[in-house]
Design a protein around this ligand. Structure first.
Ligand code: UD1
Ligand code: UDP
Length: 378
């Protein structure tokens, strides 16, 4: 079975790592069972679209999470929504025509996910979508459009929760094509927790466990508007009794922030962090304030309070089961959430079902079954 595995942006790398490791383990097992040496049971070609390209947004994750070098990098970073999507489509079409696959696997909801699934279907190649079916209902976000379009042409849906299954069923997808497998992002978290280490500034900033906040912001609605970004930061740093706020800054955010000319004694801005030290920081934080999707899942599993500065979420389980609260994107709402935290009244939360570190193994088992029983996905 030949798979083309696509990744382009930071959260994608974290999602593909366990899939690659599970393929390797499965191939080893099958090899031993069959006694054949050189037969690779699942062959994959790793395609990096180049959507994220800075060392700290890409290469770091390959190194830290033992992801092999991509077989190809399409070099399609930057540009507007249409420019980026079109560039990835044109480059991936050439790539897939030169290296045909039985199945293209896409993960998450970034432009690379959308672009490559469209190209695959137009070349009559089956598509599997990992993290299918999640919906925020907010069509002003490019990710929601990416999710809807990708799922409208996907053949095999790997889902994180029953909510996602329900969304897919409601849109008329045959339940036989939906596989509730859990969360690959949590596979990576569980496999690497023992390797987390403090970032180099831990001692320089004199950080103490439970006595600092972590902040990440990168959504266009929050960071492209300079005044809004300024006011969000102000509301956070001035309402936490002087505790340090560590702000690893996404390049999109840095562009706007660097023009703001603000500084606060308790605000520490740093470059994007590698996975292992970022999650060390999260694991020991008093709380995380974010507009990320993936971080709401990781904080839920680590039991760390998470304040989400968005009006909607495509991951309702992090709010209903986990430690996440949707505080909204109005900066004035931040203070009230911080008050709850200060009073020690933040909810404790639980871990959603199947977020157990074994999701990629379940995905690979499904792939093997599809191969065996569907005559190569017919
Ligand atoms: C993208 C995803 C978003 C995801 C986020 C994860 C889409 C529509 N958005 O948003 O869903 O949550 O990644 O981080 O796919 N840039 C650099 N260096 C890099 C990467 C980006 O300088 O390595 C700058 C470029 O100017 C680029 C801008 O950031 O134009 C935005 O990058 P892009 O990938 O288009 O969107 P993100 O905001 O990163
Ligand atoms: N992350 C990281 N370093 C950082 C910020 C985030 O390693 O400085 C990781 C984080 O642990 C999570 C993923 O990046 O696994 C989330 O990516 P991001 O917030 O960029 O995207 P989203 O999940 O919102 O699409």
């Amino acid at each position: 079975m030949n798979i083309s595995l696509v990744a382009g942006a930071r959260p994608n790398f974290i999602k593909i790592a366990p899939i690659i490791h599970a393929i390797k383990i499965k191939n080893e097992k099958l090899k031993i069972k069959s006694g054949q040496d050189k037969w690779s049971f699942i062959k994959y070609r790793l395609v990096h679209t180049g959507q994220h390209y800075d060392e700290k947004m890409s290469e770091t994750f390959f190194r830290e999470l033992n992801i092999p070098e991509p077989d190809v990098n399409l070099g399609c970073g930057g540009g507007t929504q249409a420019e980026q999507t079109a560039a990835i489509m044109m480059a991936f079409e050439k790539e897939l025509m030169a290296n045909p696959a039985d199945l293209v696997i896409v993960v998450g909801d970034v432009n690379s996910t959308l672009a490559c699934s469209i190209v695959a279907k137009k070349l009559n190649t089956k598509v599997a979508h990992v993290e299918a079916g999640i919906r925020s209902g907010d069509l002003t976000m490019p990710e929601e459009i990416n999710r809807i379009v990708t799922d409208s042409i996907t053949d095999y849906f790997f889902t994180t929760t029953t909510w996602a299954n329900q969304n897919l069923l409601k849109s008329g997808i045959d339940e036989k094509r939906i596989f509730l497998v859990g969360n690959v992002m949590i596979d990576t978290l569980m496999a690497n927790q023992h390797r987390f280490y403090p970032p180099p500034f831990w001692e320089i900033f004199n950080l103490q466990p439970g006595q600092y906040f972590v902040l990440t912001l990168h959504r266009p609605a929050n960071v492209d508007d300079a005044q809004k970004l300024k006011s969000m930061i102000h509301e956070i740093v001035t309402n936490i009794d002087g505790l340090p706020v560590i702000f690893p800054m996404h390049p999109r955010t840095f562009k706007v922030y660097s023009e703001l000319g603000i500084s606060y004694p308790n605000l520490y801005t740093v470059e994007p962090l590698g996975y292992l030290s970022f999650n060390y920081l999260v694991k020991h934080a008093k709380a995380v304030i974010t507009d990320s999707g993936g971080i709401t899942e990781e904080t839920t599993v680590m039991g760390i309070p998470c304040i989400t500065l968005r009006d909607t979420t495509e991951r309702p389980e992090t709010v209903e089961i986990g430690t996440n609260e949707l505080v909204g994107s109005n900066p004035k709402a931040i203070k009230a959430a911080l008050e709850i935290l200060k009073r020690g009244e933040w909810k404790k939360g639980k871990i959603p079902e199947l977020w157990d570190g074994k999701t990629a193994e379940r995905i690979v088992n499904v792939l093997i079954k599809l191969r065996d029983y569907s005559n190569y996905y017919v």
